[in-house]
Design a binder for this molecule. Structure first.
Ligand code: PBG
Length: 332
């Protein structure tokens, strides 16, 4: 801890800031491409990338385009890619059956990635919202988001992803008991080595707005997600959720959104000591990219400053739509 006992002028904090060399020596945290997980939106079709209006610089890609982007990401040293499918309106149902279809868009993309870019780890999203007629992460019965029936569906979904070759299962649904259920399901199916990164502290946030546009869920969503995602006013509750997911068998945990919740990241890392990740979500990306596109901030500098902040808070890595841009800058 900084010692307040050495008075000025014996202590001059600016001595350590005077040249790039001295600053490099006393640098406390670093960002490397190996800290980054790249969330990617995929869609049906061939040879198409569809720009997302609320996320300047981000496009939804058909699997062929995604494979080219994933190859570049792997060459930049990005260790993992996280897939989010855009599901056509006609496939959204009340029972969400496409979520565990072995040949759904997401599972075909996983297989293609494992065949074409085997060195990149593939992370998935486990939640019903892209497949759900009403846009919720869980089943809705009589206006209520029901927990246990949803968990059964999530296990089927996670198993289909593991069968397709997913390396990291990412439950983002916030139902109770889903980590234990998925972990047991994976063990029973012979997927002992499939890892789980749980969206353990996921807050009911307005920062997810552009994402819901990107996966076509905004139109569908009826009501809000306040009965399952955490109240942004709470931190002890978030810590209990993270501890619970670790006890149930999560290998890694995530805090989401990222920048407005760095206090949660720091508490999770210091109090629980688990591999901790933050998700710099779509709305955070949109604020930075939108301001940069207008010339209001220096986009590259704000991007790098936002990413080092996660490392300083104690995160082991960050899910960020900036991953390729940041990795390119880091590579010089
Ligand atoms: C859905 C899911 C969401 C995000 C990741 N998975 C949105 C939500 O909970 O409504 C948000 C990601 C982002 O905003 O970048 N289960």
């Amino acid at each position: 801890m900084p010692s307040p006992t050495t008075p000025y002028p014996a202590s001059r904090t600016r001595r350590l800031r005077q040249t790039p060399a001295i600053r490099a020596l006393v640098r406390e945290n670093t960002l490397s491409s190996s800290d980054l997980i790249w969330p990617v939106f995929i869609q049906e079709g061939k040879d198409t990338s569809t720009p997302i209006a609320s996320m300047p610089g981000v496009a939804r890609m058909t699997i062929d385009h995604m494979l080219i982007a994933a190859r570049e990401a792997a060459e930049l040293g990005i260790p993992a890619i996280c897939l989010f499918p855009y599901i056509e309106q006609g496939l959204k149902t009340e029972d969400c059956a496409d979520a565990w279809n072995p040949d759904n868009l997401s599972n075909r993309a996983i297989r293609a990635l494992k065949a074409e870019v085997p060195e990149i780890a593939v992370m998935t999203d486990v939640a019903l919202d892209p497949y759900n007629i009403n846009g919720h992460d869980g089943y809705v019965m009589d206006g209520e988001i029901v927990n246990d029936a949803t968990v059964e569906a999530l296990v089927k979904m996670a198993l289909a992803q593991a069968d397709a070759g997913a390396d990291i299962i990412g439950p983002s649904d916030m139902m109770d008991g889903r980590i234990a259920a998925i972990r047991n399901g994976l063990e029973a199916a012979g997927h002992q080595n499939t890892t789980i990164m749980s969206y353990a502290a996921k807050f009911a946030s307005a920062f997810y707005g552009p994402f819901r546009d990107a996966v076509g869920a905004s139109g569908a969503l009826v009501g809000d997600k306040n009965t399952y995602q955490i109240n942004p006013a709470n931190s002890d509750e978030a810590l209990r959720n993270v501890a619970q997911d670790l006890a149930e068998g999560a290998d890694m945990v995530m805090v989401k959104p990222g920048m407005p919740y760095l206090d949660i990241c720091a508490r999770v890392k210091t109090e629980l000591g688990a591999p901790t990740f933050a998700y710099q979500v779509s709305g955070e990306y949109a604020m930075i990219a939108g301001a940069a596109a207008n010339g209001w901030v220096d986009g590259d500098k704000v991007m790098m400053e936002s990413l080092i902040a996660f490392k300083r808070a104690g995160c082991d890595g960050v899910l960020t739509y900036f991953a390729p841009a940041a990795a390119r800058l880091l590579a010089g």
